[in-house]
Design a protein around this ligand. Structure first.
Ligand SMILES: Nc1ncnc2c1ncn2[C@@H]1O[C@H](COP(=O)(O)OP(=O)(O)O)[C@@H](O)[C@H]1O
Ligand SMILES: [Mg+2]
Length: 246
């Protein structure tokens, strides 16, 4: 089995990259490896992983390129495995920023992982070497954006960057945190989506704003929500992804 590798990336923060990574890791079928590539460690914290309790993080993959990737993987449940992140990822990447050889580190590590159906990469809002590594390793890229001019503008860069790193894989936008009451900005986004040729295509399903997602930040079980309107929409997006990657 060869896993399908998907990055969730956007140069804009706060557009639900991490939230989408978490929900999709649950609703895509089969065995999943979820990877936190953000030194801000939001996903690691969402999953209640404390750095003191674990041996390794994603830092190992960059600092010891000959390591066995399995040493960085922890089990969340029968379907989801996880590679946590650490604030020290920022430091470990300093110095590699301009070195082109460092762009295939993740791709090479993932070659050994035949046990997964999907590898899902949660990226920070940057084009740092960890994100370049994610994009170079990806088979598909999802660009979440919310109803915001800046978020949609930032969405135009990922496809261009994939061309620069010579991995021109399919890209789709995912409209997140959708709120039908903000009509003026929603209409502006719709107009951009129809007319801005720099924007990739978009998933049919939008993820609505949902109280359950806002509250999930402080809930004891980060994987509890399967019934909110956002969860139901993520299930539909998972179906769209399955059709997309076929
Ligand atoms: N559908 C949603 N409804 C309500 N809040 C959401 C939704 N999606 C994301 N959020 C909230 O928006 C904030 C930013 O989301 P996050 O996934 O951390 O974005 P990013 O990873 O792009 O920075 C978080 O507080 C998250 O809980
Ligand atoms: Mg995030």
């Amino acid at each position: 089995m060869t896993p399908t590798i998907i990055s969730l990336a956007n140069l804009k923060g706060g557009v639900a990259k991490t939230t989408s990574s978490l929900y999709l890791s649950r609703f895509l079928p089969g065995k999943k490896l979820l990877v936190d590539l953000d030194p801000q460690t939001d996903l690691t914290e969402d999953l209640k992983i404390n750095e003191e309790d674990i041996e390794n993080t994603v830092v190992l993959l960059f600092e010891d390129t000959d390591c066995n990737i399995n040493e960085a993987i922890i089990k969340i449940n029968d379907e989801i495995d996880f590679i946590p992140s650490s604030i020290s990822l920022s430091l470990s990447l300093v110095g590699y920023e301009r070195n082109i050889d460092w762009h295939s580190v993740l791709r090479e590590h993932f070659e050994d992982l035949e046990q997964y159906d999907w590898i899902i990469l949660d990226c920070p809002p940057a084009l740092t070497v960890n994100v370049t590594n994610a994009l170079v390793a990806s088979d598909f890229v999802i660009v979440p954006f919310d109803s915001d001019r800046r978020a949609l503008k930032a969405s135009t860069y990922i496809e261009e960057y994939l061309i620069q790193v010579k991995n021109k894989v399919p890209v789709k936008l995912l409209w997140t945190r959708f709120d039908g009451s903000t009509k003026i900005i929603n209409d502006w986004c719709l107009n951009e989506l129809a007319n801005n040729k720099k924007l990739p295509s978009i998933f049919d399903t939008r993820i609505p704003k949902a109280v359950a997602v806002t509250n999930a930040n402080v809930m004891p079980d980060p994987l509890h929500d399967s019934t909110s309107k956002a969860a139901l929409a993520y299930k539909k997006v998972a179906n769209e992804i399955e059709a997309w990657v076929k």
